[in-house]
Design a protein around this ligand. Structure first.
Ligand code: RTP
Ligand code: MG
Length: 148
């Protein structure tokens, strides 16, 4: 089953959007495989956003993501990586579709509420950075036959 790493960023946590965001992915039909509320150490933030190291906004990005608690999650389901990115909306909330998470809840590119892995490689890397294998649950129940 495909898995992705999603994270409510510090702005989303401070604005009490965790429940709203979790509810969207639950209602879509995805399953939550792991979750934790945590403060991100600077080294982890730098590693997580390593692809942006040379970008002018890297310092601000690391400062922001370490500025307060985040809600880190692993979600699973068919095509969850691409579908979650669609549900999040475009990176800059000015371009995010109405109805998407960033489209509904964000205004600025720096504080855009949620992170999601952008490819299978990123998902595997980011899940490994934030979760130990034993922190992810296994479901015994069959998948919901009205979805699959
Ligand atoms: P994320 O990694 O957080 O899920 O966002 P993303 O894939 O949609 O966008 P990405 O290109 O990976 O950028 C990571 C985060 O950096 C901030 N950013 N700021 N000031 C700027 O021009 C700028 N560009 C990107 C955003 O907060 C973005 O989510
Ligand atoms: Mg990204």
């Amino acid at each position: 089953m495909e898995k992705t790493f999603l994270m409510v960023k510090p702005d989303g946590v401070q604005r009490n959007l965790v429940g709203e965001i979790v509810a969207r992915f639950e209602k879509k039909g995805f399953q939550l495989a792991g979750a934790k509320l945590m403060n991100i150490p600077t080294e982890l933030a730098e590693e997580h956003y390593g692809e942006h190291k040379e970008r002018p906004f890297f310092g601000e990005l690391v400062d922001f993501i370490t500025s307060g608690p985040v809600f880190a999650m692993v979600w699973q389901g068919e095509n969850v990586i691409a579908t979650a990115r669609n549900m999040m909306g475009a990176t800059n909330p000015k371009d995010s579709a109405p109805g998407s998470i960033r489209g509904e809840f964000g205004l600025t590119v720096g504080k855009n509420v949620i992170h999601g892995s952008d490819s299978p490689e990123s998902a595997e890397r980011e899940i490994g950075l934030f979760f130990k294998p034993e922190e992810l649950v296994q479901y015994n129940k069959l998948m919901n036959e009205w979805i699959y």
